[in-house]
Design a protein around this ligand. Structure first.
Ligand code: PLP
Ligand code: COI
Length: 341
């Protein structure tokens, strides 16, 4: 580490911190400029930008991990780049090339190397890429110009419990429409989630669970994370739906469950009236990592899975395998780890 920063890494939550440098590239007249690292953490854009008025924007989230040897690595940044490309296509924004996305992540991590938390603290460096419609515009149409940026923030656990179970309640409201933008990582989905999230937190839950918007019978998402359950006969089950955000962590866990833990994996409906088919349940995502679900409140009654206080054995094994790979302690499937050199 080149510079010293006085951060109590083990006390970090998931909050903004102004690190040294961020990456910015602008799109105009059909092309992206060469991009650069800048110091300023404020951006100046037209008051009429489509990102502000019409939600023409998307973002990503990925992390840099410090290994026991002190090296730094990224977990599947190519998948984040590709998902951002899909988000862009859905809302008519120009894609940022995958190789340039990965290179920009590397530049940001290297420029802020001293903010990558030390190994063993449980903290990581969260990277937040975003792509927004900017430039002067008034009607509902795609923006004339775009901005791509990545900033980074050292973070601890997203949910207060970290690897301790937390409870969730079922939301009455939806985060996405049946044929809407649920599968894209666009800001509008998150604006729609603020009120149900706040109501859940006020009632003492970590967050809310969204059901499928058409029938309200099947689990879709756990706040800003995907859902998985472990059945009595040891299957890893996770919902499938066009309005779920395809979580890179979830698809990684499906692979690990099958190839490393020898479990049968099923992507299928998870009915909210059949929760007793699961002996363990969890939320998974970059920020959430794996957060064990203690219980889910359904129609005023808390359905507890394994325990409200203890982590189930399969969830624990999945966590150890995933985090072991991210920290360089467990051998990763080919192509999952990108060393920052
Ligand atoms: N679902 C939603 C709504 C999210 O915002 C996220 C976070 O990115 C996830 C799921 C988890 O996705 P990933 O594992 O790619 O971070
Ligand atoms: C992530 O897991 O990276 C997320 O984007 C979740 C949330 C902070 C929006």
């Amino acid at each position: 580490m080149s510079k010293n920063v006085s951060i109590d890494w083990s006390k970090l939550g998931f909050a903004y911190y102004n690190t040294d440098l961020r990456y910015v590239s602008m799109w105009k007249d059909g092309k992206w400029d060469e991009g650069k690292l800048v110091e300023d953490n404020m951006i100046s854009i037209s008051e009429s930008s489509t990102a502000i008025h019409y939600g023409q924007q998307c973002f990503e989230g990925l992390k840099a991990y410090r290994t026991a040897k002190g090296e730094i690595q990224l977990f599947r940044p190519d998948e984040n780049a590709k998902r951002m490309g899909r988000s862009c296509r859905r809302i008519l924004m120009p894609e940022f090339p995958v190789d340039r996305f990965i290179d920009a992540c590397m530049q940001v991590v290297k420029a802020n190397e001293h903010f990558v938390p030390p190994y063993g603290t449980g903290a990581t460096l969260y990277l937040r890429p975003y792509l927004i419609g900017v430039g002067h515009n008034l009607g509902v149409r795609p923006a004339p110009e775009y901005m791509f940026g990545i900033f980074c923030v050292p973070v601890g656990p997203y949910f207060k419990g970290g690897m301790a179970p937390v409870n969730f309640t079922i939301a009455d409201m939806d985060r996405a429409a049946p044929h809407g933008t649920g599968a894209a990582k666009v800001g509008g989905n998150y604006a729609g989630s603020l009120l149900p999230h706040e109501e859940a937190v006020k009632r003492g839950f970590a967050d809310c669970i969204y059901l499928d918007p058409a029938t309200h019978t099947k689990i879709e998402e756990v706040g800003a994370a995907n859902f998985f359950g472990i059945t009595k006969d040891g299957k890893f089950v996770t919902p499938v739906s066009p309005s779920i955000l395809p979580s890179i962590t979830k698809y990684s866990l499906m692979h690990l469950a099958e190839k490393y833990l020898g479990l049968t994996v099923e992507e299928r409906d998870c009915r909210v009236d059949s929760l007793d088919e699961f002996v363990e349940a969890g939320a998974c995502g970059t920020a959430a990592v794996i957060t064990p679900i203690g219980g889910i409140e359904v129609e005023g009654k808390l359905h507890v899975f394994h325990s409200e206080t203890e982590v189930g054995p399969v969830t624990k094994k999945l966590y150890e395998t995933l985090v072991g790979i991210q920290l360089g302690e467990v051998e990763a499937p080919e192509g999952w780890i990108y060393k920052v050199k």
